[in-house]
Design a protein around this ligand. Structure first.
Ligand code: AVJ
Length: 333
């Protein structure tokens, strides 16, 4: 069946996001700023501007994960896709981003599987539209069903009856934005939505020298700082906020106990900020927690697979051992 351009329609096909998404953004921001330890979940970074800034982060010399994972996928695409042996298959892409890495895997699958399809899932309507348009020009006969959703909600998209075997991609160490218990819960939920024979490819950024980690999350060009601060600009734009962007600064630090890189926005002065009619006070130096990016040891990956009930069938690394893509399979029950 020829794919129609209608498959490119996304919830919120205007520059703004879907209405339900705005309500959740508002709830997370009011709830997060009302807590004694202020925090806003990192998924809200990705509006159109935030997705663009993240694309620029991925081009930075200092931000190694994208480049390295790209190398890993480029050299192992055939091995990674070999277990999906010719029947109908759907590639589900959690946090699809711009799809540069995904296309490396779609190319061999699309050539070999009888019917292959692509289901990108992303919180950003703009990113989804772009990745869908890009994939449909690269693979004109590939059916594409974009879903605008958070990761957890996106898993519901896995319940489609006719998708064939699934290859779920959770690349880029996106899993690192979840604290370990959350990550395990997420993988378990994913596992229960999958069927025997389905596969999952998960990217894990490994623990490494601190200067390398620090440079990746606080680059000299200030792109990561702009990415973090855009969260406040987005609140101003979408939630009628009055954050003074000059009055906050980007802070990134390593927490050895998790271990993880974490990001905050720190208030440079004592101030009061209004969001959607609500008022929040900041002391000098008070911080809003905005992101956790967990860093893994190889044994953490074993533990994740075992706890979530996957069988590992391959582990792919770069030469320096900085990043791992783990290929897991759902066994017969
Ligand atoms: C897209 C979540 C994997 O945590 O490394 C990059 C986002 N934040 N620089 C990461 C990010 C700051 C990135 N992930």
């Amino acid at each position: 069946m020829a794919p129609s351009p209608a498959t490119l329609a996304v919830a919120g096909d205007s520059p703004s996001e879907a209405p339900g998404i705005r309500a959740r953004f508002l709830r997370d921001v009011l709830g997060g700023l009302g807590r004694p330890r202020k925090a806003i979940p990192s998924l809200w970074f990705y509006d159109a501007r935030g997705s663009e800034l993240f694309r620029r982060i991925m081009e930075l010399e200092a931000y190694y994960p994208t480049r390295i994972e790209h190398e890993i996928l480029a050299s192992h695409a055939a091995e990674i896709t070999a277990p999906l042996d010719g029947g109908p298959c759907t590639v589900v892409d959690l946090g699809a981003g711009d799809g540069t890495k995904t296309r490396l895997l779609l190319a061999p699958l699309h050539g070999r599987c009888i019917r292959s399809a692509y289901a990108p899932i992303d919180i950003s309507a703009t990113a989804l539209r772009d990745v869908s348009a890009r994939m449909s020009s690269l693979f004109p006969r590939l059916p594409i069903t974009p879903v605008q959703a958070e990761y957890f909600d996106g898993l519901r998209a896995l319940h489609r009856p006719d998708a064939g075997t699934l290859l779920v991609l959770f690349l880029g160490s996106n899993i690192g934005n979840l604290e370990a218990p959350e990550a395990i819960g997420f993988l378990r939920t994913m596992r229960s939505a999958l069927r025997p024979g389905d596969h999952v490819l998960v990217g894990f950024d490994l623990l490494k020298d601190l200067p390398v980690l620090r440079a990746a999350y606080d680059d000299d060009a200030g792109v990561t700082a702009a990415f973090n601060l855009n969260l406040l600009a987005r609140i101003n734009r979408e939630l009628d906020g009055d954050f003074d962007l000059e009055a906050f600064e980007h802070v990134a630090a390593f927490d050895p106990t998790r271990p993880a890189m974490e990001s905050w926005l720190r208030s440079r002065r004592r101030q009061r900020v209004r969001v959607a009619g609500h008022s929040f006070r900041f002391e000098v130096g008070e911080r809003i927690h905005t992101e956790i990016s967990c860093k893994y040891r190889e044994r953490d990956i074993d533990a994740f697979a075992a706890t979530a009930g996957f069988e590992e069938i391959g582990r792919f690394r770069d030469r320096r051992g900085w990043f791992v893509d783990a290929l897991w399979r759902v066994g017969e029950r």
